[in-house]
Each structure stands twice: as structure tokens, then as C-alpha cells.
Design a protein around this ligand. Structure first.
Ligand SMILES: Cc1ncc(COP(=O)(O)O)c(C=O)c1O
Length: 356
């Protein structure tokens, strides 16, 4: 059994994907070919936003957002400590300071109560300027955006949705990628919607942000790429990856149904043995991971291994425990819920082609 069976998905979509890739090979517009715009239109439609702007990967998507929001040294950006490194890395990359926040033990997502505590702490200390919140849709479940938006409004902070894992999730029918001021996703192959290499996208309803992003992703271009009106980066989605994603996006709603059927099956079998993931009323998860909690996870993982079932740990180290962030001065015990999660979580195979 595979943890994520990309080969089964490819076999299912082979003719369509091969045809799409061949079309790119035939027209030869490998950079910003017509498939890129076609995909962006379809992504915006699916997510329910005005603009989808693709780029080279999910980390660049977040970096481009930091640039659009003008995040600078001296700024504080609040993000969960229990996440993938990129969420916090992009903040530090701009010279700003990631300020970590504890997690909700049921949803794995940023805890709104601790978020407000951390914001007030930064204000009281008076050293950093609070600028933005990056919330993460961890393991596919959208963060608590109704509460987070209230906090963002109260403290005049920008709200960014890191939907790298959340693409396909929903809150009361509103799709992941449409929350906050601006959102990002990743098309890394293992993500709910993945391509055959690196890829990413940014979603927003803000026309000004969209125009700026289209310039920033091509060396700060003005009227063309040899007219450079600002410092940007080279972060475009390859046309071949866009072609693959067009076909995978068409199949995505069906895969979302299969992923949710698989999650329900896990839930029925495993509740009582492990702490199973909680999906609050009105929420839909895209199940980027199906993640259990167990005090003796080594033994649990060994039992699965003996049955030929692969398991993974996402994530065994919180951001405040990472060597790269040691200068921020955090200590063990600062975020008790996230630390407990990092010691007890493990994930089971999850994809749209699991045996029924
Ligand atoms: C929460 C989160 N943010 C950002 C990223 C970065 O995406 P990428 O690997 O495409 O750069 C990932 C991907 O692993 C992620 O899981």
C-alpha cells in the first residue's frame, strides 16, 4: 500500500493528461503558455474568487504575499507553531519576525484565544509592529476564519490563508482559498491538488493585489518583462504543470468525495482506539492528511507497519523548537498544546484511490 498513490491517479487520468502534455509539446509555449491562463480562470471559478495567480510553488506564493503586504523588518506576523516550516520561513525571509501561536487540540489549527494573547503581548512589549496573521488549513481543514477575521479586524491586521493543504476544504459552502485578504496554495505532488513537480497559486478578490502579483512573479515587470518597475522574482508555473493541473482539477470534485468516504471509514473503524480528527459543524476537510493522536504512537505505527500500512509523522517538531528559529528565544513549554500534538500525531494513507 502507498501512503499517497499518485500512480493510481495517473493511470485513471492517463489519456487526458498525456493529451494535454502533448499539446504543450506541440505548441512549445513552455513559459506562460495558454494553459496557464486557462488554469487560472478555472481555479478562480472553483475557489470562488476574482483572481487566481499561479506561481512556482507554495512557498513562493507566501513570499509574494509577504511582498504585496509590504512585510518588513520590525513587523510581527502571527502564525501557528504547529505547521510546515514554509509558513514561518517566508516571514523571516522578509526580515520580519514570526510570532508563534498555540494550536486547537481538536482541529490542529491556530487557536484564536492564544492568537489574541500573543497579539496583546506584542503590543504591550512595543518592540514590533503587528501587521498580519497567517492561518494554515492544517491537514485539509480550514482554520476558524469566522473568529480569526474578527481578531484581524479588531487589531487592524491583514489575514492570510495558507491553504497549501486546505485546497478543496469549505466552511458553510465557502471554499478554502477564499478566506481573509489573500490566500495561497501549493501544487506539490502530494497535496490534495498536486502537479508533477512544483507549483503554487495565490487567490484574492483585491484587483490591486492581483496586478501587483502579476508584476512581482515576473521580475517586477511593467509593460513587459524587459520593463522592470520594481524588484520582483522569477516565480511562474510551468505550462506543462498547468496542463496537468487542468485535468486534475476537472477530476478533483470526484476525488474529494472519495477522500471524504475514506475519512468516514477511518473514523468509524478507529474512534475509541485513537483520538480521531474533529471536523466542526459546517466545515469540510480536503483530508490532505488523516491524522490520529496516540500517547504511544511508536507502538501504533509499528502495528500498522507490521500490517504493511505506511504511516508518517506531520509534524514532529514545532516551529518554536526549530534550530532556525532559536534566536527568537522561545522555550519548551511555551505552546503546550502544539508540543503535545508534535509528540502524539501520526497520519494514515490518504488519497482518492484507496481500496473501497
Ligand atoms: C502549510 C504549508 N505551507 C506552505 C507549503 C509550501 O509549499 P511548497 O512545498 O509548494 O513550496 C506547504 C507545503 O509543503 C505546506 O504544507
Amino acid at each position: 500500500m502507498q501512503f499517497i498513490d499518485l500512480a493510481a491517479q495517473y493511470q485513471h487520468l492517463k489519456t487526458k493528461i498525456d493529451t494535454r502534455i502533448q499539446a504543450v509539446l506541440d505548441h512549445g509555449h513552455y513559459i506562460m503558455g495558454p494553459e496557464v491562463q486557462e488554469l487560472e480562470d478555472k481555479l478562480a471559478d472553483y475557489v470562488g474568487v476574482k483572481h487566481a495567480i499561479t506561481c512556482a510553488n507554495g512557498t513562493d506564493a507566501l513570499t509574494l504575499v509577504m511582498m504585496v503586504l509590504n512585510i518588513q523588518p520590525g513587523d510581527a506576523v502571527f502564525c501557528p507553531t504547529f505547521t510546515f516550516f514554509a509558513t514561518a520561513e517566508v516571514v523571516a525571509f522578509e526580515g520580519a519576525t514570526p510570532v508563534f501561536v498555540d494550536s486547537d487540540e481538536n482541529t490542529f489549527n491556530i487557536c484564536p484565544v492564544d492568537l489574541e494573547t500573543q497579539i496583546q503581548k506584542v503590543i504591550a512589549e512595543g518592540k514590533l509592529t503587528p501587521k498580519a496573521i497567517i492561518a494554515v488549513d492544517l491537514f485539509g481543514l480550514p482554520a476558524n476564519y469566522p473568529e480569526l477575521q474578527k481578531i484581524a479586524d479588531k487589531y487592524n491586521l491583514k489575514l492570510v490563508e495558507d491553504a497549501a493543504q486546505g485546497f478543496g476544504g469549505e466552511i458553510n459552502g465557502k471554499r478554502a482559498g477564499s478566506f481573509g485578504d489573500i490566500a495561497t496554495t501549493s501544487f506539490f505532488p502530494a497535496k490534495p491538488l498536486g502537479c508533477y513537480g512544483d507549483g503554487g497559486a495565490i487567490f484574492t478578490n483585491n484587483d490591486e493585489y492581483a496586478a501587483l502579483l502579476k508584476s512581482l512573479r515576473v521580475h517586477g515587470k511593467g509593460k513587459d518583462k524587459y520593463d522592470n518597475i520594481r524588484i520582483g522574482m522569477n516565480s511562474r508555473l510551468d505550462t506543462i504543470q498547468a496542463a496537468v493541473l487542468i485535468e486534475k482539477l476537472a477530476e478533483f470534485p470526484t476525488e474529494m468525495v472519495s477522500r471524504n468516504v475514506a475519512a468516514e471509514k477511518y473514523q468509524a473503524e478507529l474512534q475509541g482506539t485513537y483520538k480521531t480528527p474533529v471536523v466542526p459543524e459546517g466545515y469540510v476537510s480536503s483530508w490532505a492528511q488523516y491524522t490520529l493522536q496516540c500517547d504511544d504512537r511508536d507502538a501504533a505505527m509499528a502495528r500498522y507497519k507490521a500490517q504493511g500500512i505506511p504511516t508518517m509523522i506531520y509534524y514532529g517538531t514545532c516551529m518554536h523548537e526549530q534550530t532556525a528559529f532559536k534566536d527568537l528565544g522561545y522555550q519548551l513549554g511555551d505552546f503546550p498544546v502544539a508540543e503535545r500534538l508534535a509528540r502524539s500525531v501520526f497520519s494514515l494513507p490518504m488519497h482518492g484511490y484507496l481500496p473501497k
